[in-house]
Design a protein around this ligand. Structure first.
Ligand SMILES: Cc1cc2nc3c(=O)[nH]c(=O)nc-3n(C[C@H](O)[C@H](O)[C@H](O)COP(=O)(O)OP(=O)(O)OC[C@H]3O[C@@H](n4cnc5c(N)ncnc54)[C@H](O)[C@@H]3O)c2cc1C
Ligand code: SF4
Ligand code: SF4
Length: 421
């Protein structure tokens, strides 16, 4: 098996067998696989040797031998019987003293599940200077807020956060624990699930409960997004799930909702804390576009992937107070950055108006726009899947339709300005 420069054994694609289905690209946890022209390639320096690409390849085109693993052992407490676990818990993620929106979206979902099960909703609030958020969590539907307010949570340190969450789970024994599939949540959830020796279903797109068995039904796309699977965790607790931001709508806060705040003591040995040298700003902090917050998305697909037309799309987006997004082939063509990709392996978006220009509406793309209020399709093919799903369709060549749309909007704006006294 080939090795990378660090001496790690890595996966390799046997080009004579590969059918370029791209399923492995979607499962690689570190983005080590990409299309180069018509060929699927693995970057050996990025590969971490997890073997996931080998497991999903339908034609056994990935050469990878799983190294024999040493069994890891954790100091374990005997888990409590399943019937001792009650209630739905939500991890309330915070940044600089403010809660992440996904926490409230999940609090709303937790309330819905808890009402069906007839149990309480707990908010797990761990952060530095987060006391004011406890009351806010109650207004979003939490009946109990377990709060750890400690300077050790000033920056995200996985072992500190996971130890705290494990402590809270052991104390309050929720039957369900929901965590946002944010960058932080995606890192934290598996640590917590491993330490609690329970299951975790990542990136769920639907959550419900089976009342007879008291099971959390966790639905998510699988096999490269070609089918939806409903997964449940029968013999371990809590049943854990992560959910992408913006998939569920946050409820309206209700200031009259009553709840209890429990302050929890937590300490982490100073000598076991890592020494942080500096923080680097993320792409978003550095000013990159955030397509998840824009009320209007003008989304470019492969059928409109032309650099010379980007100013025209930008003009349309600007006139509507929106942002440009794109489908995956546009990122692969190098026209847009990954930050603008909508879909299963891109972002989940919930704009008021989504305009797809030259986007066919593949299952993987549509998975990201389920929450769009109005879908407008501009496509030359009346049989394209997006046309079937759209609220409004403009059938024809975008090179004629988009300039006409801009010109109509300009006229409308001019008329409105002219009619003002
Ligand atoms: C595991 C996995 C994950 C994936 N994740 C994502 C993801 O997150 N996001 C994503 O977008 N894709 C994703 N894909 C890729 C996905 O399967 C599709 O290939 C992709 O969405 C197609 O993009 P498109 O609609 O832009 O292009 P196409 O499917 O090629 O559609 C182009 C459309 O443009 C129209 N068109 C062409 N010319 C014109 C014109 N002049 N005027 C008007 N219309 C025109 C055509 O009629 C067609 O409908 C994923 C695939 C896999 C296997
Ligand atoms: S072995 Fe894992 S990390 Fe390496 S290319 Fe395959 S999926 Fe990606
Ligand atoms: S899953 Fe297999 S056949 Fe499909 S692109 Fe990857 S290596 Fe090729």
């Amino acid at each position: 098996m080939p090795k990378n420069l660090k001496g790690r054994e890595v996966a390799e694609i046997m080009q004579d067998k590969c059918i370029a289905c791209q399923i492995c690209i979607g499962v690689c946890p570190v983005g080590a696989i990409s299309m180069e022209g018509n060929t699927v390639k693995i970057n050996p320096e990025a590969c971490i040797g997890c073997g996931k690409c080998r497991d999903v390849c339908p034609v056994s085109a990935v050469l990878f031998k799983r190294p024999s693993k040493k069994k890891l052992t954790f100091p374990q407490q005997k888990p409590a019987p399943l019937e001792d676990y009650k209630g739905v818990a939500v991890f309330i993620e915070t940044h600089n003293g403010a809660a992440a929106d996904v926490s409230w979206e999940l609090a709303g979902k937790a309330r819905e599940l808890a009402d069906k099960l007839g149990v309480r909703v707990s908010g797990y609030l761990a952060g530095a200077g987060v006391e004011p958020l406890a009351q806010q969590a109650i207004s979003y539907g939490c009946d109990d807020v377990y709060m750890i307010d400690n300077p050790a949570f000033g920056s995200y340190i996985p072992r500190v956060y996971s130890t705290a969450l494990v402590q809270l789970c052991r104390q309050s024994k929720p039957e369900i624990l929901l965590i946002g599939a944010s960058p932080l949540g995606r890192d934290l959830a598996p640590c917590v699930a491993t330490l609690l020796e329970t299951g975790l279903t990542a990136d769920c797109t639907g959550l419900d409960v089976d009342l007879q068995e008291r099971l959390l039904l966790m639905t998510r796309p699988t096999f490269g997004g070609n089918i939806m699977a409903t997964i449940f965790c029968k013999s371990h607790r809590p049943q854990m799930s992560t959910v992408r931001p913006r998939l569920f709508k946050a409820p309206r806060p209700d200031p009259t909702h009553k709840g209890e705040i429990h302050k929890i003591d937590f300490s982490y040995p100073q000598d076991r804390l890592p020494h942080i040298l500096e923080f680097t700003a993320t792409a978003l902090e550095a000013g990159a576009a955030d397509i998840t917050r824009s009320p209007v998305l003008v989304t470019i697909g492969k059928g409109a992937c032309r650099a010379e037309h980007v100013p025209m799309f930008q003009e349309l987006a600007d006139m509507l107070g929106g942002t440009i997004a794109c489908s995956r082939p546009v990122v692969e063509a190098g026209l847009m950055s990954y930050a603008r990709q909508v879909g299963q392996t891109g972002k989940t978006v919930t704009p008021k108006i989504y305009i797809g220009i030259g986007v066919s509406g593949s299952m993987q793309h549509m998975a990201g726009i389920q929450g769009a209020e109005t879908i407008v399709a501009i496509n030359s093919d009346p049989a394209a899947p997006i046309v079937q799903a759209a609220d409004y369709s403009l059938i024809g060549d975008y090179r004629e339709i988009v300039p006409a749309l801009i010109s109509r909007l300009k006229n409308k704006v001019a008329n409105l300005a002219g009619s003002k006294p």
